[in-house]
Design a protein around this ligand. Structure first.
Ligand code: GLN
Length: 516
């Protein structure tokens, strides 16, 4: 019952050869207002043929295309008359499969590389002749099949891009989807609009209209229940369903008491009062604290909180009685990462962790086809305030994994207050949208301090801020010293129980973004 089946009059297929950037390619295509689907390279030929795709993009990948056991797609896709854009391994695959030759490169290229382009190619229209691209390859294309020409080169790579104008096949050794490729967006735009001839019909307004209209039809006369976490995904999903069936949707908001400062109140107020959602807030904080008493192991904390969430939700659902459908805020990356039709990377809670004892016959996931930035755009269009739409990702177990060691009410207060100050300072400095995630952690360590000439022995707050594109890797954010200074001063002065503030300067990998 997802919305994936809509707006498919114009869509691009992205075939994944195991590359790191498949999601990034997908987001770039969507940013150009074109719908796309990401599928494993082993997608059956019949499905590709019958999918009415306007174009096919082949991703990069770790294999060497000439090696035994390397990932392969069905070569018949090259006979469909559909434009193809191969990126890195994808380009190598096209060359290798259609009469060319790929070998280990004499000089592998990694990182930013000056490249010269044949700007008379439709792919490079409007571009300067020279620009910097981002390379990452060990192999290279040494010969091209009939009908193919090289349309770009770098110092060490004779075929940095190729074209077969007649077949409308293009390939590039570099990655147009990453920021470091200066003309990357231009190239993808040209492929979509000049080569595939799309019109750009993928718009969030139309998405909302279609989705609400479809939900109205699907859910007519039915009762729906939503596990409302207060996060962006579940609230946007709930609002869409609310627009379709109004009070026939009940949202159960399980408040475990470990949300950010004032967050539960704000969420309740906005969605209940402003939007008129039929929202039940369950204060389960006592119960959670009891269960978490003495628990210090992070995995144990996560487990207890996850299980309890479902338990509380089930209890509330039982009070409400029979419902027909369960609404979930699953988004496209959850679908891809859960390996629906591809390799299993991790099972995501939204896909795997359905409550077992709630009687419902159907599942509604209105955001199943959307990336996070699209969910935010939909949220904004639906009128959710910026502060809520642009909140950072927040772990399901909440502040429990930002308090090292045992959790107590007092420690929750400390981390909430410190975190609120940190977020406030980052926001005041105008850095909020550039930094992927930033939060405070309450460490388990106390140190000696001096306040008003008296000795103190209080805890250390750790501040974390990272910049990231995809949350797979992250850099610690180079926050100006003045901002750090201000935050540190305010935290030791305003938050009782803190005597020292430290800033985490570790990237991911090797560290994770969260501390637990
Ligand atoms: N494995 C191939 C190479 O090393 C392709 C790399 C890629 O797609 N980034 O050349």
């Amino acid at each position: 019952m997802g919305s994936e089946k809509q707006l498919q009059d114009e869509k691009i297929l992205i075939l994944d050869f195991g590359g790191q950037y498949k999601q990034l390619i997908g987001r770039r295509v969507r940013e150009e207002h074109v719908y796309c689907e990401i599928k494993p390279c082993t997608m059956p030929f019949e499905e590709i043929r019958d999918g009415r795709y306007a174009g096919i993009i082949l991703t990069g990948g770790p294999d060497s295309v000439y090696a035994d056991g390397s990932r392969q797609a069905d070569a018949r896709l090259l006979s469909l008359g559909i434009p193809v854009l191969g990126i890195c391994y994808g380009a190598q695959w096209v060359a290798h499969t259609d009469g060319g030759r790929v070998d280990a490169a004499g000089v592998p290229e990694y990182g930013k590389t000056e490249t010269t382009f044949a700007v008379d190619s439709p792919l490079f229209e409007g571009m300067p002749e020279e620009s910097v691209v981002w390379m990452s390859h060990n192999d290279q294309i040494n010969a091209l099949g009939e009908g193919y020409v090289s349309i770009a080169h770098s110092a060490h790579c004779p075929v940095a891009a190729f074209a077969n104008e007649e077949k409308q096949f293009y390939g590039m050794q570099f990655h147009p989807e990453v920021e470091h490729t200066e003309q990357g967006r231009n190239i993808l735009h040209n492929f979509l609009y000049r080569v595939c001839g799309v019109k750009g019909t993928w718009q969030m307004d139309t998405f909302i209209q279609h989705t609400v209209a479809t939900l109205k039809e699907q859910l007519a006369g039915k009762k729906a229940l939503c596990a409302f976490s207060g996060g962006v995904d579940s609230s946007v999903a709930a609002l869409l369903v609310h627009q379709a069936i109004g009070q026939d949707l009940t949202c159960v908001f399980v408040d475990h008491g470990m949300l950010r400062k004032d967050e539960a109140d704000t969420v309740e107020q906005v969605f209940k009062e402003t939007f008129g959602l039929n929202l039940i807030r369950v204060d389960a904080s006592e119960r959670y604290l009891d269960l978490l008493k003495g628990v210090t192991d992070p995995e144990q904390k996560r487990k207890i909180i996850g299980e309890q969430f479902i338990r509380v939700f089930e209890e509330e659902a039982q009070k409400i009685g029979a419902v027909d459908v369960l609404v979930q805020g699953t988004i496209y990356p959850d679908v891809i990462e859960s390996g629906v039709g591809g390799a299993v990377i991790k099972s995501h809670h939204n896909v795997g962790g359905l409550p077992e004892h709630v009687a419902f016959t159907d599942l509604v996931e209105p955001l199943r086809a959307l990336f996070k930035d699209e969910v935010r755009a939909v949220g904004t269009k639906l009128g959710i305030p910026d502060d809520l739409v642009w909140r950072q990702p927040f772990p399901g177990p909440g502040l429990a994994v930002r308090i090292i060691g045992e959790i107590t009410r007092e420690k929750i207060r400390i981390v909430q207050e410190a975190d609120a100050i940190w977020r406030d300072e980052v926001k005041k400095a105008g850095l909020a949208r550039d930094i992927g995630q930033y939060f405070a952690v309450l460490t388990n360590v106390a140190t000696v301090g001096v306040m008003g000439d008296a000795r103190t022995y209080d805890r250390i707050i750790g501040l974390r801020a990272v910049t990231t594109n995809d949350f797979m890797t992250a850099e610690w954010a180079r926050i100006p010293y003045d901002v750090l200074d201000c935050a540190s001063n305010r935290i030791v002065n305003e938050v009782d129980g803190v005597s020292r503030v430290v800033y985490d300067i570790t990237s991911k990998p090797p560290a994770t973004i969260e501390w637990e």
